[in-house]
Design a protein around this ligand. Structure first.
Ligand code: G4P
Length: 533
């Protein structure tokens, strides 16, 4: 898994796929892995999911609801490029975990269903990418079905997301008239010997739309539409511009069908040629960690507890930012101020895991540990540095935890701490009273918490409504003023799991009212997760 030369990181492409449920993310993932030679037969991404489900009870929830709750990393190599695909959970009520995964990628593929256009979750995830200036590659999927007109989809992306778009290919017919994909830039026509609607098995080199091959190939009505698209598209949209793409202002748009293999190789080729290699990472003290630096640094963007229910171990997913990591290296766990020896780092492939002997910036390694490593932690070769830019988001739903069997307080707390570590919930310890409050971004997460506590910690809990519906982190430049404010408002105050104070509000009106009354205190919707103590 190593690439010769000192600049191995330049061959890394670390990316995620964002989409609304059902747009085809799983199918595209599978086809990308297949295209990259990482798996040998279609159906394995799902099969692998099912095997995992069989091993762990809480994942029944996945099965029942047909969603993927956990996320993972898949690495494959194709034509000398190492692709690290970070999977983002795809359900509607996604959690912080999804956001944080996006802090560890350099680019994202946005999958859109050709019939549905931009849907709510795509838009939310897109906004997170935009905040971080992550370049986006758009894949308009399911063009083998009846969908919207190609120009209409391009306009929608352009307008709804305020992005420049560059069509990189065009559908040749759609639905019952689907013939394939025309690549007007590379002058190729992707089609099927089976005729309309068949899977891709033929690529023809053509000399523009006038090529006799194409003329003979197509029905007149499709030809006309294709000519019109190419002509209008050429005039109406931006030409591809690398800089603008890298800055996140322009998205190249590929039309395809993940199910029938159209557009897969084009996307992989595009990522190889145009997607960025690992970016520089902002850190404390105004420092920027560059991938070409010799010393190793990395940060934990995700922790997964109980991957193997038999062992209470956790895997910390570490994205490397600089240097060449070697197995057995002693790294500094900066927050704890202690060295840790990374003796069994893991690489994740589609079908298996492997011990990582060497890893480069952009790579993700799994570090098994017993809870020492938390999201936001930095590992370095000695430097006192903390990677920044990993946000925690204020939850939108708050509930008080009710324990059925009071003898199991310890197990419950431990379980909740673990799940909070994974980013599934946030926990708040009220200044008055003993029952913890949990906060989530989507209601579904509450069910997952109940199921996992039962399955993994043998603890039954329920939830009760609270009078609050939003939490904000209270901050002030003057610690004395903050203490005074917190003391006089104890009934509303709780501590998060890092002991940072939050103020619990009943409603949006109260947020602005309390804010106006206390101009020195800021009530923040997000907080940087940099553990410096
Ligand atoms: P997701 O991960 O984004 O939720 O989507 P997934 O890939 O599971 O795809 C959702 C459904 O859309 C699946 O059908 C899948 O087969 C179908 N699909 C994906 N890509 C294409 C495409 O290019 N063309 C067409 N026609 N369909 C596509 P399903 O019936 O819900 O599941 P399954 O029983 O086929 O697995």
């Amino acid at each position: 898994m190593s690439t010769a030369g000192t600049q191995a990181y330049e061959a890394r492409r670390t990316f995620a796929i964002i989409s609304h449920p059902d747009a085809g993310k799983t199918t595209l993932t599978e086809k990308l892995l297949l295209g990259g030679g990482a798996i040998r037969a279609a159906g394995q991404v799902r099969a692998r999911g099912e095997r995992r489900r069989a091993r762990s009870d809480w994942m029944k929830i996945e099965q029942e609801r047909g969603i993927s709750v956990s996320s993972s990393v898949m690495t494959f190599e194709r034509n000398g490029i190492i692709y690290n695909l970070l999977d983002t959970p795809g359900h509607e009520d996604f959690s912080e975990d999804t956001y944080r995964t996006l802090t560890a990628v350099d680019a994202a593929i946005m999958v859109i269903d050709a019939a549905k256009g931009i849907e709510s979750q795509t838009r939310k995830l897109f906004e997170v990418c935009r905040l971080r200036d992550i370049p986006i590659i758009t894949f308009v999927n399911k063009i083998d079905r009846e969908g919207r007109h190609a120009l209409e989809i391009l306009d929608e992306i352009q307008e709804a997301l305020a992005l420049d778009v560059t069509p990189m290919s065009w559908p040749v017919g759609m639905g019952s008239d689907f013939f394939g994909v025309y690549d007007h830039i590379g002058n190729r026509f992707f089609t099927s010997t089976e005729g309309r609607g068949g899977p891709l098995d033929t690529i023809k080199d053509v000399k523009g739309l006038e090529d006799p091959e194409l003329v003979g190939e197509l029905f007149d009505n499709i030809r006309e539409e294709l000519e019109e698209n190419v002509e209008l598209g050429g005039a109406g949209y931006s030409e591809f511009d690398q800089e603008s793409f890298l800055e996140g202002h322009l998205t190249p748009v590929f039309f395809g069908s993940a199910l029938r293999d159209y557009g897969i190789d084009q996307i992989l080729d595009f990522i190889a040629a145009h997607a960025p290699s690992p970016h520089s990472q902002p850190a404390t003290g105004g420092r920027t960690i560059k991938p070409e630096e010799n010393k190793v640094t990395g940060f934990v963007f995700k922790v997964q507890a109980n991957m193997d229910p038999k062992h209470r171990d956790r895997i910390a997913f570490v994205r490397l930012c600089s240097g060449t990591f070697k197995r057995g290296m002693k790294l500094k766990h900066v927050r704890a101020g202690k060295p840790i020896t990374v003796s069994a780092p893991i690489f994740f492939f589609a079908e298996e895991r492997e011990i990582a002997e060497k890893a480069y910036p952009g790579d993700v390694i799994g570090v098994p540990n017993h809870g020492q490593l938390r999201v936001g932690d930095t590992l370095s070769e000695g430097e006192e540095i903390h990677v920044t830019g990993l946000p925690a988001f204020a939850p939108e739903i708050l509930r008080r935890v009710r324990l059925t069997d009071t003898m199991r307080v310890k197990q419950m707390r431990r379980g909740l701490e673990d799940l909070a570590e994974e980013g599934l919930v946030q926990i708040f310890k009220p200044a008055i009273g003993t029952n913890w409050i949990v906060g989530v971004v989507g209601v579904l997460q509450l069910d997952v918490v109940v199921d996992r506590l039962k399955a993994e910690y043998q603890t039954e809990i329920g939830f009760e409504p609270v009078m609050y519906n939003t939490a904000r982190w209270a901050e002030c430049t003057d610690p004395l003023k903050l203490d005074k404010f917190l003391e006089t408002n104890r009934a509303h105050v709780a501590l998060d799991r890092d002991d940072k104070p939050v103020y619990l509000f009943k409603n949006a009106w109260e947020v602005s009212y309390v804010g106006e009354k206390n101009p020195d205190i800021s009530f923040r919707e997000t907080r940087e997760i940099v553990h410096t103590s």
